[in-house]
Ligand binder design. Structure first.
Ligand SMILES: *[C@@H]1O[C@H](CO)[C@@H](O)[C@H](O)[C@H]1NC(C)=O
Ligand SMILES: *[C@@H]1O[C@H](CO)[C@@H](O)[C@H](O)[C@H]1NC(C)=O
Ligand SMILES: *[C@@H]1O[C@H](CO)[C@@H](O)[C@H](O)[C@H]1NC(C)=O
Ligand SMILES: *[C@@H]1O[C@H](CO)[C@@H](O)[C@H](O)[C@H]1NC(C)=O
Length: 308
């Protein structure tokens, strides 16, 4: 009887499809990288050995469930490598490990023999440097190219700013993860989802400054867009009109393919974002003055890229 044959074939296809969807969903999604220093190391050098040691150490720590680890390898100054990873606060340790392992591999390829780099994935960030972290560091912004309608824009911006600022306050004040998500009903059918996170080694002042400068950057990069991320070495913020993180509601809902922004998103590199440890007047000024007039950061528009 063909019916049963069909159903077997259909089941097989369905299984395969589900499996592929699962794989697609599980595969770490690369966002962006910046090779932040043009200085290079030599192949087979002590520095390379220390870097490999650092990256494998970060990968192995990523499965322990902290979602963050910062370390250094090497003892003699020119060969010391500092590094850290941060997984998004809603990510389970297995997915965190996958993300960090992928990032560790990819950063070596994308920033070949560079002594300082950073890479962001959807679910983690990883960086290393031959110098202490938190010097002159870049950031990037990614936009969802879908627009908010003009008539809604003022209200949207007001609600968005309110949401992000309150999430930032909540996360900066929190003790452990420095992570917060929130939802807000815009209309009966539209919900705004937001997420903010600092690396947990930042003190309140630095974390808060990082958030404020990221939020302040949104009007410059992403005004009128339905979603955006600002990715800095010390913190990330993101908002969308669809649920993009794992909250308890999402966890009980049927598994869905992570929705992606439709069409293309543009990346731009925000150069010279300075996140000094210990706080700095410069960042303070940047964070608050970029609301008005020209942003204090210089921005280089890169060529348009496919989002993923
Ligand atoms: C590095 O070491 C490997 C194995 O020892 C060797 O095959 C390779 O040629 C070396 N590369 C350089 C650039 O010295
Ligand atoms: C979502 O979060 C729940 C609870 O924290 C966890 O059990 C689940 O594995 C998470 N799902 C994914 C896909 O990470
Ligand atoms: C959004 O608006 C911009 C400028 O107003 C326009 O160039 C772009 O095509 C719009 N994008 C979409 C997806 O409608
Ligand atoms: C948002 O809307 C949903 C469904 O319409 C409702 O269950 C929820 O309570 C609303 N949330 C808020 C904060 O109003």
């Amino acid at each position: 009887m063909p019916t049963s044959k069909y159903s077997v074939i259909c089941s097989a296809f369905l299984f395969l499809f589900t499996f592929l969807v699962f794989l697609t969903e599980a595969a770490p999604i690369y966002n962006y990288h910046v090779c932040t220093d043009s200085i290079t190391y030599k192949k087979n050098s002590t520095f390379e050995a220390n870097l490999n040691l650092l990256l494998s150490s970060l990968s192995s720590k990523a499965s322990l469930g902290n979602g963050f680890y910062r370390t250094r390898t090497g003892t003699d100054t020119p060969n010391v490598v500092n590094g850290l990873f941060l997984c998004r606060g809603d990510i389970a340790s297995a997915a965190c490990h996958d993300c960090v392992a992928a990032a560790a591999k990819e950063i070596l390829r994308r920033c070949y023999v560079k002594k300082e780099s950073i890479i962001w994935y959807d679910r983690c960030l990883l960086r290393y440097s031959y110098q202490p972290l938190n010097n002159i560091v870049p950031g990037v912004d990614l936009r969802n190219d879908k627009n908010i309608s003009r008539s809604e824009l003022n209200r949207f911006n007001e609600l968005l700013a309110g949401m992000l600022n309150s999430l930032a306050t909540k996360a900066a004040n929190s003790q452990d993860k420095k992570f917060a998500t929130g939802e807000l009903n815009l209309t009966s059918t539209e919900t705004l989802y937001g997420l903010v996170q600092c690396t947990p080694d930042l003190e309140f002042f630095d974390c808060n400054m990082c958030f404020r400068s990221a939020i302040a950057y949104i009007p410059n990069c992403c005004d009128g867009k339905q979603g955006a991320r600002v990715l800095l070495p010390g913190c990330i913020i993101r908002y969308e009109l669809y649920p993009f993180y794992n909250n308890t509601i999402a966890a009980t809902a049927p598994p869905a393919i992570e929705p992606r922004p439709s069409g293309r998103s543009r990346f731009s590199v925000i150069l010279a974002f300075i996140i000094p440890i210990g706080g700095s007047v410069l960042l303070f000024v940047m964070g608050f003055c970029s609301f008005k007039g020209r942003p204090a950061t210089s921005m280089i528009k890169l060529k348009e890229n496919e989002f993923n």
